[in-house]
Write a protein that binds this ligand. Structure first.
Ligand SMILES: Nc1ncnc2c1ncn2[C@@H]1O[C@H](COP(=O)(O)OP(=O)(O)OP(=O)(O)O)[C@@H](O)[C@H]1O
Ligand SMILES: CC(C)(CO)[C@@H](O)C(=O)[O-]
Ligand code: BAL
Length: 302
């Protein structure tokens, strides 16, 4: 079973022995990976741990429902907290340590007077509809990096904008941490696994895979020879309509470059300059706000 720590100092004392500082020898040196989560773990999270295990000797999984990344009226109070089950699941993938701090331990002063802001990248997509969300992610991830001081950290590509922001954070604040992006883990019917999927009722759960199917359809069209003259604006509009007709309320559906730069709506797969694109969606189905995305490389042969 992983060892659980609730206190920063106890976790740091445990990790210190792996850092190779004793007697100036390298004997104790081990690579440490961090997998940050908000708990209520599913196979997507366990995949991050498996990837971490392949790259590192010691894997620390943090479980913390971070209040500073939730806006007013969001689901901070009702977010599922399942620490005992989470620890059992983590034992199956041989995570070494769980860091599950209290709010007071993480935030002696709440809200913290210090900010970690990511700038322009947050003015779009999830950052646009969840004002302040990525400021909260920025400060909590910075704190986790400082507390654990890992050699690497693993994040899922399901939260693609978050992953891009963390890479920017590491670059700009000179964290000596390798950021590993992990592919999206899906249910058999294609739905991206997410803790919030459990907000779906049975009927909504049947509808939910439409999101992935529609992204796949868009990607297929973007790559197909016949469709390469269709402008992105009209492709987005028809997909938007089908997703809405299925019962979703779309927050955003966009085509961006894989670096999250703007792509003009009148571009087509044959005219677009940057060939590595991503289609991203966030949409409400009942109480659940679902995210998905798919990378696509277009127009290589023209
Ligand atoms: N299906 C998935 N595939 C790959 N990574 C995932 C998947 N779901 C979550 N992750 C990653 O797990 C990490 C922790 O995410 P989090 O605990 O918020 O889980 P979540 O299922 O995304 O929950 P939520 O429903 O709150 O979005 C993040 O890096 C996230 O991108
Ligand atoms: C990275 C993270 C654990 C920070 O609270 C959270 O945003 C998440 O679960 O993706
Ligand atoms: N995985 C995203 C965390 C959040 O929605 O707050």
């Amino acid at each position: 079973m992983p060892i659980i720590y609730h206190d920063i100092s106890a976790l740091q004392a445990a990790l210190q022995s792996y850092r190779g500082h004793q007697n100036d020898s390298q004997v104790g040196l081990k690579r440490i990976a961090l997998v940050p989560t908000m708990g209520n773990l599913h196979d997507g999270h366990l995949e991050l741990v498996k990837i971490a295990k392949q790259q590192a000797d010691i894997v620390v999984v943090s479980i913390f429902v971070n209040p500073t990344q939730f806006g007013a009226g969001e689901d901070f109070d009702s977010y599922p907290r399942t620490l005992d089950e989470d620890v059992e699941k983590l034992a199956t993938v041989e995570a070494d340590y769980v860091f599950a701090p209290s709010i007071d331990e993480m935030y002696p002063v709440l809200p913290p007077p210090t900010s970690v802001l990511a700038g322009a990248i947050t003015a779009q997509l999830c950052g646009q509809s969840r004002a302040g969300h990525f400021d909260g992610v920025g400060i909590v991830v910075s704190k986790l990096f400082n507390i654990v001081q890992p050699d690497m950290a693993v994040f899922g590509q399901k939260d693609y904008q978050q992953l891009a922001i963390i890479k920017q954070l590491v670059r700009d604040l000179s964290y000596p941490i390798e950021i590993i992006g992990a592919p999206i883990v899906r249910a058999a019917d294609g739905l991206a696994l997410s803790s919030r999927n459990q907000y779906l009722n049975a009927a909504e759960r049947q509808i939910a895979p439409v999101l992935h199917r529609e992204l796949q359809y868009m990607v297929q069209k973007l790559k197909s020879d016949d469709q390469r003259e269709q402008d992105f604006g009209s492709l987005l509009a028809e997909t938007h309509q089908r997703i809405t007709e299925a019962g979703f309320i779309i927050d955003y559906l966009e085509i961006k470059t894989d670096e999250l730069e703007v792509v003009a709506n009148n571009a087509t797969a044959s005219t677009v300059e940057h060939k590595n694109l991503i289609v991203l969606v966030a949409a409400w189905l009942g109480r659940a706000r679902l995210l998905d995305n798919q990378l696509v490389t277009v127009n290589q042969s023209f």
